[in-house]
Design a binder for this molecule. Structure first.
Ligand code: NDP
Length: 332
């Protein structure tokens, strides 16, 4: 059979991220093509078909998406649903023989994350997690510095990410769907601490706060967390649906550096204490991410962000919630 040059991508869940970021970014990719949609909202179908030329045979809903097993136009299924639905639909996609791209947070428990990894392994399909910062050049520089430590031992990492969430009855406020600031925005500072230090925490403690208890009683509005590492270094993080924050700093023996903002779609930039400037990447983050993930499939190489990376964060998120529910005690 003739080898297709571009991979056919199906977007699952046509909400904000699919509509505003991923679909436009797919138009900028070299190795991907938006071929299919999976949606539970019939009114969205004609809009997407017209805008992106999606054929009738490539339109699915959540009940029939398993039948894409016999649709050769689809190579990759990108899960862009509320977090607690990621495992269910990633597994359906893997069982249909499709490669899986799964948005962050990977799921709401390490166990559910593992179920996605297992389904992809069993079906011999690749799994990538949508941690777009891993594809961003300045972030990659910090990951490199974690290993080479050009400013000496990294003694403390601080990371915070949040925004003012004005919606009050979205899945982000519903526990059952994977709501809560720690799952949604918290994985950014958590993941950033892990890649900036290139080490796993040996102890975790956390606490929740809210200024809007009438809204944030079921899930956390703001979460603060602290880590200890085996080399004696520490980290602290913050995430919030109540304020706009976006900062990553590393304090080292002989200097320091930062990215500010560190996780926005554009403008991720920073500097270090010796005057090194980290200028913002000018390309489209999501297009770069999807092309890199597509090449891993086309060339049968290791993906940049495998399932285990998402699982490691969620295992720590579980410890964070456990600590916060136990008066902030250290969990080891
Ligand atoms: P939205 O709420 O805007 O969209 C989610 C979509 O999921 C809905 O529009 C709907 O699509 C579908 N859906 C299916 N079942 C449900 C349900 N029970 N409740 C609500 N929606 C449902 O969310 P986002 O697009 O903001 O987020 C989706 C995922 O993408 C999350 O995991 C989020 O963390 C991640 N994300 C990642 C970003 C990144 O930078 N990597 C940025 C933003 C989000 P339909 O009507 O088509 O069925």
């Amino acid at each position: 059979a003739k080898k297709r040059r571009k991979l056919g991508v199906a977007l699952v869940g046509l909400g904000y991220y699919s509509t505003d970021l991923l679909a436009p970014a797919l138009q900028l990719t070299q190795h991907c093509e938006l071929k299919a949609i999976v949606t539970g909202s019939p009114e969205k179908i004609p809009i997407w078909q017209t805008k992106y030329g999606i054929q009738d045979k490539n339109v699915y809903n959540y009940q029939n998406m398993h039948t894409m097993a016999d649709n050769d136009a689809i190579d990759v299924v990108y899960i862009v649903l509320p977090p607690a639905l990621h495992a269910k639909y990633s597994i359906i996609a893997a069982n249909a023989g499709k490669h899986v791209w799964c948005e962050k947070p990977m799921e709401i428990s390490a166990k559910k994350c593992q179920s996605i990894i297992d389904a992809c392994a069993k079906n011999n399909v690749k799994l990538s997690i949508g941690y777009r910062m891993h594809h961003e050049p300045n972030t990659q520089k910090l990951m490199h510095w974690a290993k080479t430590t050009p400013y000496g031992k990294i003694n403390h990492v601080y990371a915070e990410a949040g925004y003012f969430e004005s919606r009050i009855s979205h899945w982000k406020q519903i526990k059952e769907l994977g709501g809560g600031a720690m799952y949604d925005m918290g994985v950014y500072p958590l993941n950033a601490i892990r890649y900036t230090k290139a080490m796993e925490p040996i102890a975790v403690r956390a606490k929740h706060q809210t200024t809007r208890p009438e809204i944030y009683h079921e899930v956390d509005e703001t979460t603060l967390f602290d880590f200890k590492f085996e080399d004696g270094s520490t980290a602290s993080g913050k995430t919030s649906f109540g304020e706009n924050i976006n900062n990553l700093e590393a304090d080292c023996n002989s200097g320091n550096y930062y990215l500010r903002p560190f996780q926005s779609y554009t403008g991720v930039s920073g500097a270090s204490s010796d005057g090194t400037v980290l200028n913002a990447f000018q390309g489209n983050q999501q297009a770069k991410q999807m092309d890199t993930d597509a090449l891993a499939i086309l060339q049968n190489k290791e993906v940049l962000v495998p399932g285990i990376e998402g699982l490691k964060d969620i295992a720590i998120v579980e410890q964070i919630y456990k600590s916060a529910n136990n008066n902030g005690e250290w969990i080891t």
